[in-house]
Design a binder for this molecule. Structure first.
Ligand SMILES: [Mn+2]
Length: 336
């Protein structure tokens, strides 16, 4: 059965019109391309099976690159302020994450590619370590006999590319690659050029509050106590965000999240595809410990220029958040 872009738009319109939906599909609260696209398509997939499942983006607006990718479908997507999910009978499917502190008892299913860190007894679980949750949803649709027209294939491809840094070997698995090649052939978008365009859209975001929330993760200890909040702000090196504003956001985050430390890493990209000098700012009781540890991990060249500031030049390894977190969490657990 062929799934078309116009049917996709019709499905989103139907979600908008439904007065009392009881089944919702949520990406995480720092919605990125993968969280949004996986939730939209998991919602559609479940709806095709019989019960209307309504995807809701947990933000006031779609991220720039996602709005660009969705094009004329973007205004049809429901955001948190537009959906009433408070009815006690509401059930939730989570995509691209599997823990929702407010709704965990109402979670009936998860589709995710992050290692499970929560008890998911009684929940319908699909968790596999591929590069993007969108890959898992697209595979499910294919296994159920669906095929995609060019418009649908393009949306799915966008979700996979955005979460794998354009199929980088660090993030993409063989399954992501095979799927992306199939989708690329279907929609006629060459993966590299398409990713460059998506990335250019993403880097054009300049609202610091949006940047702070966009690529954000909270890390908890075994008992669910929040330890570390970690924001990554990807920007063009020609439009660097105000550090004063990031400090304000870190202070507010620390207050709201109760983390031991909150960190924001500014990751500048150059026009030729290279990386600029990264800046890490940290706040909270564990902030100094975090920056000291990151400085050691990055080695020669990394430099503390203020008590809350670490500069990491492109000559350093510039490790990713996952690697940082693996190193930081045991240290912060002692601190907590
Ligand atoms: Mn993801």
């Amino acid at each position: 059965m062929l799934l078309t872009l116009s049917e996709f738009a019709a499905y989103l319109s139907r979600c908008r019109e439904e007065k009392f939906p009881r089944l919702f599909v949520l990406g995480h609260a720092a919605p990125d391309g993968d969280a949004v696209i996986s939730s939209l398509f998991e919602g559609w997939r479940l709806t095709l099976q019989g019960e209307l499942a309504v995807p809701v983006v947990q933000a006031d607006a779609l991220p720039r690159e996602v709005a660009w990718l969705l094009g004329s479908s973007a205004p049809l997507v429901l955001t948190a302020a537009e959906a009433d999910m408070t009815h006690p009978d509401s059930r939730f499917v989570l995509t691209d994450h599997h823990h929702d502190p407010l709704r965990q008892r109402q979670v009936v299913a998860v589709v995710d590619h992050h290692p499970p860190a929560t008890d998911l007894t009684g929940v319908d679980v699909c968790i596999r370590p591929v590069g993007a949750t969108t890959t898992l949803v697209a595979q499910q649709l294919e296994q159920q006999g669906y095929t995609f027209d060019d418009g649908v294939a393009r949306l799915l491809l966008g979700g996979v590319l955005l979460d794998t840094d354009g199929l980088s070997p660090r993030k993409a698995t063989a399954e992501d690659l095979t799927l992306a090649q199939r989708l690329s052939a279907l929609c006629g978008e060459p993966t590299t050029a398409f990713y460059d365009t998506l990335q250019a859209q993403l880097l054009s975001e300049t609202d610091v509050a949006v940047l702070y929330r966009r690529d954000y993760r909270t890390y908890f200890d075994r008992n669910g106590v929040p330890l570390l909040g970690f924001a990554i702000l990807k920007v063009w090196d020609t439009t660097l965000p105000s550090l004063a504003e990031i400090r304000r956001l870190l202070a507010a985050d620390l207050r709201d999240s109760g983390c031991v430390a909150c960190v924001a890493k500014v990751m500048p990209y150059t026009a030729d595809g290279g990386r600029g000098q990264q800046v890490c700012l940290a706040a909270g009781e564990g902030g100094d410990l975090v920056l000291t540890a990151l400085c050691q991990m990055e080695g020669a060249g990394a430099e503390r220029t203020a008590p809350d500031t670490l500069l990491i030049p492109p000559t350093c390894p510039q490790w990713g958040r996952k690697r940082y977190a693996a190193h930081l969490l045991p240290l912060l657990e002692k601190e907590a």
